[in-house]
Ligand binder design. Sequence first.
Ligand SMILES: [Zn+2]
Length: 399
Amino acid sequence: MLVSRLTRIMATVIPTVLLAGCASLADRWINRVRFKPPYAASPEAAALHQQLRVIDLHADPLLWNRDLLKRGSRGHVDVPRLQEANVALQVFGVVNGVPFPPRMDNNPDRWDVITLLAALQGWPEATHDGRLQRALYQADKLAERAQASNGALTLITNRRDLEALLAARERGELIIGAMLSLEGTQALEGNPANVERLFQAGFRMLGLVHLFDNAMAGSAHGVDKYGLTEKGRGLIQRALALGMIIDLAHASPATIDDVLAMADRPVVASHGGVRGTCDTARNLADRHIRGIAKTGGVIGIGLYKYATCGKTLNDTVGAMRYVADLVGVEHVALGSDFDGAVTTVVDASGLVMLTDALLQEGFTEAQIAATMGGNALRVFRQTLPEEQKSIKGAGENLE
Ligand SMILES: [Zn+2]
């Protein structure tokens, strides 16, 4: 592939420092915030926010070379900011293939920009072209940071981990749970059995598609937008048997229909919006909101314009209100898409402002607790494996 050959030449000719500088500039440029910290919430919102178990269903900091344990001067998410935001559990998306240029519609799978980004950031050579290796590398990065965090960050792979996390937080420990989520099954490289390697590496949420149709399923942004393929059906069965949570974010309408017809437990749409307030091809139609609610699942609403068609937290709350009115507040959740190459209204440290906006919109305290994390927690309790299945260190998977 021309792109990968060019990348290799660039990577040897141009000094590493300059390359890393390019990647960090890109990071700074595309992961911006509309309102910068510090954030001043009302005293009522601040007090309530401290009582919440906040769960965010999607953020992509693992794509970028930043130290998760240090407060960054760019991007949206790191452990200090999550601590400040009283986040109990962060789901970490793992991006593994992005076409260039990435469009909202009609993307073919070509000119994978992650090849360039991986090379610029000095990721292992195997990740430059290998999508499975990219996913395993990012999982490894998270596991390594969790290990180095002195108990500030802990991987959640089963219900026992989850309850231990909640008990520790109840005791006042500033510990944050981290769950791995795949953003697009192109990482399986055409082989549904590879999902077991991802499971072993700690992945517990499975986003079927990202920006283009893949061998398992069609994307809302793809060329053909088909539903589940034969392989995709086999994959869903394997993933459900393992105890993984199926994520319908970015899925084509046909894929959503096919998954809902197969789902025997809650499924999620981790990050995005709804057509009722923002009518785009990527957002959920009413019948799909109803279908996800029927499984007992949740819909994570984003903090960015592509999700809500607006630039404020009131637009996020508007989409949350829409889902609550249509199917009940027990199906509303937060899916920020922090660090997902979008401009968000606030960064992670500003999530208290969302609590404030929900209060102003007239959500009760119980409804806010459900929306900000309680509903997602219910889904995790119903879907995660009960206890540890033998998990190898993700690093052992890296070839
Ligand atoms: Zn996404």
